[in-house]
Design a protein around this ligand. Sequence first.
Ligand SMILES: [Mg+2]
Length: 123
Amino acid sequence: MKKILIVDDSPTIRKLINFILKKKNYIVTEAEDGVDAMEKLINTKIDLVIADLNMPNMDGIELVKSLRNSYYHLDTPIIMLTTTKDEELKKSALEAGVNLFLNKPIQPNLLLYKVESLLAGGE
Ligand SMILES: [Mg+2]
């Protein structure tokens, strides 16, 4: 099964996404910020990362930069969770290497569709 890492400082959002993904039998790991995520990803391959943009300690953009600098995560698909207030930051996130954005609140079916298509190698 495919392994997915959820990185968000909100336990409620992590729980929601975990619940949605587990229904499709994905193996889900959670991290509470970028630092926690990088610790959990040391020398480990993962199939897809879902990361919040706004987080303490290490935010989503810094996390994406770190991932793209790591041999193991050069091509790992990354979905970034954003709000409508984040418009200017999205450009930096894209430049850092985000594959696509999803706006909060999370729409379960859209999330699953995007995850499936990224894992299949599409957009
Ligand atoms: Mg947040």
